[in-house]
Design a protein. Structure first.
Length: 83
């Protein structure tokens, strides 16, 4: 994943549960859980704004870009599968 969600860290730092956050921002707990686990494919700006307001943070505190390592092609092993 190229974008990491740091919601768990922010909740821990603020001693807040996911349930408390869901109640504060009016979002269903399962949907917020999907975001927390990094399985969300998108986030609305209004949701991002509500989370940042409830946690007193900036969007950059919640989201981090992680470049994915480039996989290099390995050369075939000598004598393996070749004739």
């Amino acid at each position: 994943m190229a974008i990491a969600v740091k919601l768990d860290d922010l909740l821990h730092d603020r001693r807040m549960t996911l349930t408390e956050l869901a109640e504060r921002i009016g979002m269903a707990l399962p949907n917020l859980s999907i975001l927390k686990t990094g399985k969300a494919r998108a986030i609305r700006f209004s949701t991002l704004e509500a989370i940042c307001d409830a946690l007193s943070c900036q969007p950059g505190d919640l989201l981090r870009f992680e470049s994915e390592p480039v996989e290099r092609e390995r050369p075939p092993l000598a004598g393996k599968g070749t004739r």
